[in-house]
Design a protein around this ligand. Structure first.
Ligand code: PGA
Length: 255
């Protein structure tokens, strides 16, 4: 049966006390409810334990927004997969466009981080997506293929089945502009084909491909209704528990 992953990326928002407030509302609203889908919250590192402490629902998980590719040791300022696991995380976002753009993370580094996450038993949500100029030039598939190549080269298929991929066109992130359902479906289908070519059909069918970029209650239904859209990676609209839960409700109505 199909199931969606509805993931919130809080970015550098929500201090520990603010995170507790949001998590309490989510816990309260979902308490006692059976969910078909998974709800995921990715707070900043420092807010993870506070949020984790408030959530007691089998279908609600906590994840991180970034991780070190190193195991442990003298890497000042970094956080390891082992630490995230110990804090109760189940997922880690890798390769978000803001990390690629502002922190100069290359696709090769991102592939190494993604592999590290998989080896640790956590699930990576690997983000890919083109900028506006590439979309205008019709190069979106080539850009995403280039971003995925080191991942296909680095990660063996037995690890790959635990991956999640998020297609996030950079021009749609935080801009209020969303890919049309047709644009999203086209890219998701093309990413699934790339996965199939590298890791085979079975893995391509089972990997969840999320859409990210100004997803909100008003557009979630048409996006999630696309056959190759398996959930959302949601920034702005995940900061308000009400709108985040509204998107979850829409996903619940579709399975
Ligand atoms: P947005 O962010 O929903 O605010 O566009 C999505 C993301 O960056 O993951």
């Amino acid at each position: 049966m199909r199931s969606f992953l509805i993931a919130g990326n809080w970015k550098m928002n929500a201090s520990p006390s603010e995170g507790v407030e949001k998590a309490r509302i989510i816990q309260q609203k979902l308490s006692g409810k059976n969910l078909h889908n998974t709800l995921l919250i990715c707070p900043s590192f420092i807010t993870i334990p506070a949020v984790q402490g408030e959530l007691h629902h089998a279908s609600v998980k906590v994840g991180a927004q970034n991780v070190s590719e190193q195991e442990d040791g003298a890497y000042t300022g970094e956080v390891s997969t082992g630490m995230l696991k110990d804090a109760g995380c189940k997922y880690v976002i890798t390769g978000h466009s803001e990390r690629r753009e502002y922190y100069h993370e290359t696709s090769e580094l991102i592939a190494r981080k993604t592999k590290k996450v998989l080896e640790s038993g956590l699930k990576p949500i690997l983000c890919v997506g083109e900028k506006l100029e590439s979309r205008k030039a019709g190069d979106q598939e080539k850009i995403v293929a280039d971003q995925l190549k080191p991942v296909f080269d680095t990660i063996p298929s037995h690890l790959a089945r635990n991956m999640v991929i998020a297609y996030e066109p950079v021009w749609a992130i935080g801009t209020g502009e969303t890919a049309t359902p047709e644009q999203a479906q086209e890219m998701h289908a093309s990413i699934r084909k790339m996965i199939s070519d590298s890791w085979g059909d079975e893995i391509a069918t089972s990997i969840q491909i999320l859409y990210g970029g100004s997803m909100k209650p008003a557009n979630a239904e048409e996006l999630l209704s696309q056959p190759d859209v398996d959930g959302g990676l949601i920034g702005g609209a995940s900061l308000q528990p009400e709108s985040f839960l509204e998107i979850l409700e829409i996903a619940e109505s579709l399975v």
